[in-house]
Structure formats: structure tokens, C-alpha cells
Design a protein around this ligand. Structure first.
Ligand code: IPM
Ligand code: MN
Length: 359
């Protein structure tokens, strides 16, 4: 298969973790006879530094003319404590999601057997957890009207959803549930928010078309508690943009590190694959960042194009790296320091060696 892939490595640890994914994808291409062509483009703080714009037109154009986008990370502390900053790195990512219509962000969360002891949660609570979070990605409070009063003392962000925005991701989430354990939980705040009541109404209506899937509802505050009390109860979670952002960071505690969580952002026309973690600026250039979220995002990319065997090899390599503790310091407390690059090399070597010895 020929694939053109836009690489938007972004800020902080983005470039170093994304470099590992490129190595891994090159190994897959060579072992399975594919041709992957990578095109780099800037986004985020680095794009602001170079062009004044967190999402330059050229970057958007590259994204629109490739088959998929591999995204790294975004954000820089120099903007975080400056409320008056007019341009922010995050606007690059948000604009990218919006412009490309990437309305569904799918975040798989699972407890790897070999990492159970890395989680601060107890084994009996987390073992065998396997959740797929469907986070709406282009609507809600992230994209509603924003206002600050003239005196600067009042500010507001509007949370707005249309039926259409709810319907399209709801269908995807029900279909995913049909292929999993046939349970879908809508997370909302329907006891308080009008937009959540619309979500409940629309999702309930659509559920009639998926009678084999059991639908239930949880208020987001309760869901946050249930996520650490009894995460095994969840199969597919469907939720709006901001609740999904929060719940998925919380869910990463189950896996033992946020450095493991990958995601796929899907639209009608375009697809992007992104780790859920941020730019982790404190770690930039130190070789300590976990590349697995990026590598697993690359595996989701392959799956999206039907390259299942290829994705399976990557997933197996990741499991082996966890088993043999070829892991960065977020997962590895031993004296023997394993770098970002070492992890990438292990996965890459696995792909070359494993497949050569299979033939
Ligand atoms: C994420 C991130 C982004 C979000 C930020 C960087 C804008 O936290 O992908 O979860 O809030 O969506
Ligand atoms: Mn987030």
C-alpha cells in the first residue's frame, strides 16, 4: 500500500516521540512491502515562532493532500501563564481538528497485565479493563462563542451542540459497541446542562437502531468516580468534547502512564492520529519521554487503512517491551535507564527480527 503521511511533530517532546513512530513505520513498510512517504509540517509554538501562526496555511494544505496525519504534541509554558497572549499553540491543534472535520476522537484505554503494579490503583480494580472512549472533538465549549467583557472582569465560553453533531459520533460509537461487548455509556451532565439533555434525547432515539447494544447514562461527576472505583464496568463511553478530555486523562491512570494512550481522530474526509499526552516541556530533549503513545497511534493509523497484521506486530512489540521493561522512566523505576530512542529501537528491531525469523 502507498500512503502519504503528514507528520506534525509539534512542540516539546513531540519531535522525539514522533521520530520513533517514523522508525517503526519505516520498519513496517520494509517488512510488508508498503511505501510510506512522510511530509513534515509545523504546528503549535514552533509554528508561531517561525510564522506567527500556530497553523500555517502550508501545514493545513499538506494535511489536506496526504492520506493521514501523525501528530506529536502541542503547547509551550511560555504561553500558559500569559492570559493576554493573543495567539496560542493549542489554537493550532483546535483549528486543525475543526478545519479537517475530525469530529470523533477515539481513545482506547486498557490495563496491560505486565503494568498492573505500575498503576496506583489496585490490581483487582483495574485488571482486564478495556474501554473505548468516543470523545466528540469539534463542538461544545471548546468551539462555542468566547467573550470577555470590556473591563476584563467577566468572561464566558458557550457550550453548544447541534443534533447533527451528536448523531454522527453516536452512530460510530454504537457501531464500535456492536463489535465489542455491546455496552454504551453516555457521560453527560443532563441534570444541569441543556446541551447534555439534547445528547440524551438524540442518543436514546438512535439507540433504537442498535437494539443489541445496552445503553446507560452516567453524570460526569459520577463517571469520574466510577472510572477509578470500577473501570471494568465500561465498554464504550460516548461523551462531549470537554468531558471526554477530562475523563480520558483520568482513565490513563489505569494503564499506569499517560505516555501509553494513543488516539484516532476521525472525520468524513481526513484522519489524524495523536497521543493524548501533552508536550511535557520539562522532558524536552532529555530522552526520557515515553514514545509508546505515539507508536500506538501509528498502529491505529495502520488499522484504519486495514493493515491489521501490521498493527498486530506493533502491538505485540509494545507488549514485549513492557514485559522486558524496555520502558522509559514513567514506567521503569530501575537504575538501568532506557531512553526514548532505546524503546523505539527495541520496537523497530522486533519488527525486523520477528518477521525475518517467521519467514
Ligand atoms: C488533548 C489535549 C488538547 C485538548 C489540548 C492540547 C488543546 O489536552 O488532546 O486531549 O484539550 O483537546
Ligand atoms: Mn487532554
Amino acid at each position: 500500500m502507498n500512503l502519504n503521511i503528514a507528520v506534525l511533530a509539534g512542540d516539546g517532546i513531540g519531535p522525539e516521540v514522533t521520530a520513533q513512530s517514523i522508525k517503526v513505520l519505516n520498519a513496517i513498510a520494509s517488512q510488508f512491502n508498503h511505501k510510506f512517504v512522510f511530509k513534515n509540517a509545523v504546528v503549535g509554538a514552533i509554528a508561531i515562532d517561525q510564522t506567527g501562526n500556530p497553523l500555517p496555511d502550508e501545514t493545513l494544505e499538506i494535511c489536506k493532500t496526504t492520506d493521514a496525519i501523525l501528530f506529536g504534541a502541542i503547547g509551550d509554558p511560555k504561553y500558559d501563564n500569559d492570559p493576554s497572549a493573543k495567539v496560542r499553540p493549542e489554537q493550532g491543534l483546535l483549528k486543525l481538528r475543526k478545519e479537517l472535520g475530525l469530529f470523533a476522537n477515539i481513545r482506547p484505554v486498557k490495563a496491560y497485565e505486565t503494568l498492573i503494579e505500575n498503576s496506583p490503583l489496585k490490581r483487582n480494580i483495574i485488571e482486564k479493563t478495556d474501554i473505548s472512549i468516543y470523545r466528540e472533538l469539534t463542538g461544545g465549549i471548546y468551539f462555542g462563542k468566547k467573550q470577555t467583557s470590556e473591563d476584563g472582569n467577566t468572561a464566558s465560553d458557550l457550550c453548544e451542540y447541534s443534533r447533527f453533531e451528536i448523531e454522527r459520533i453516536t452512530h460510530l460509537a454504537f457501531k464500535a459497541a456492536q463489535n465489542r461487548r455491546k455496552k454504551l455509556t453516555l457521560v453527560d451532565k443532563a441534570n444541569v446542562l441543556e446541551s447534555s439533555r439534547l445528547w440524551r434525547k438524540v442518543v436514546t432515539e438512535i439507540s433504537q437502531q442498535y437494539e443489541d447494544v445496552a445503553l446507560d447514562f452516567l453524570f460526569v461527576d459520577n463517571a469520574a468516580m466510577q472510572m477509578i472505583l470500577n473501570p471494568k464496568q465500561f465498554d464504550v463511553i460516548l461523551t462531549e468534547n470537554m468531558f471526554g478530555d477530562i475523563i480520558s486523562d483520568e482513565a490513563s491512570v489505569i494503564g499506569g502512564s499517560i505516555g501509553l494512550l494513543a488516539s484516532a481522530s476521525i472525520g468524513e474526509k481526513y484522519v489524524m492520529f495523536e497521543p493524548i499526552h501533552g508536550s511535557y516541556p520539562q522532558a524536552k530533549g532529555k530522552g526520557i519521554a515515553n514514545p509508546l503513545a505515539s507508536i500506538l497511534s501509528a498502529a491505529l493509523l495502520l488499522e484504519h487503512f486495514g493493515l491489521y497484521d501490521e498493527a498486530i506486530v506493533i502491538n505485540k512489540a509494545v507488549e514485549d517491551s513492557l514485559k522486558y521493561e524496555i520502558t522509559t522512566e514513567d514506567l521503569n523505576k530501575s537504575e538501568n535507564k532506557i531512553s526514548t530512542d532505546n524503546v523505539g529501537d527495541f520496537i523497530t528491531d522486533y519488527i525486523y527480527n520477528r518477521l525475518d525469523s517467521d519467514m
